[in-house]
Design a protein around this ligand. Structure first.
Ligand code: HEM
Length: 151
């Protein structure tokens, strides 16, 4: 096993945790939690995301460190165009996640503490939209990385 393969493993592991977690939240937890009243649904989301979001930061650290390592192995200029696009879409995903962390996630936590369900529901709606966007961009990025998509 070379260092390159270890980096590729860590890269794809980070991607699996991040994109897989978003797919679970969107496709499984969201429809199931809709059956609960707000006073149960919103604390459930706050408690689940409080565990998932730190994992996302760890995944981002792994993806960026390993990704830049593999990119600099061949050099920026020598890298296929698909890798440059992966870097771009990956950085957009990181920016969107940071906007969730510093924005609606803070609002959701404070509103759940105050038991202000109307504000909490609004904050969760904003998180849902941005996670949906990042899920779509994550799937597109995996397609770019593996299929090239003619880039
Ligand atoms: C943001 C910075 C990123 C950088 C600098 C980067 C860089 C790279 C590089 C250089 C490789 C090529 C490894 C090789 O084939 O030898 C790679 C592979 C891969 N990347 Fe990224 N990446 C980034 C983000 C992402 C993101 C956000 C995703 C998915 C959501 C992703 C998904 C993948 C996948 C699935 C592979 C494996 C491709 C394969 O082996 O066929 N990357 N990445």
């Amino acid at each position: 096993m070379s260092l390159h393969h270890l980096m590729l493993f860590l890269h794809v592991l980070g991607v699996a945790v991040w994109v897989g977690g978003m797919a679970f939240a969107w496709g499984c937890l969201r429809p199931a939690a809709l059956a609960l009243p707000p006073a149960q649904r919103l604390p459930l989301w706050a408690a689940s995301l409080a565990r998932f979001f730190p994992l996302v930061w760890a995944a981002i650290a792994l993806i960026l460190l390993s990704g830049f390592y593999m990119l600099f192995e061949v050099g920026f200029a020598g890298a296929p165009r698909a890798w440059h696009v992966m870097l771009l879409t990956g950085l957009v995903m990181v920016a969107v996640f940071a906007s969730i962390w510093f924005g609606p996630w803070r609002r959701l936590l404070h509103a759940v503490q105050r038991e202000d369900w109307a504000v909490a529901a609004l904050a969760l709606g904003a998180i849902r939209q941005r996670v949906g966007f990042n899920l779509a961009l994550g799937i597109l990025t995996i397609a770019i990385a593996t299929l090239g998509l003619g880039l």
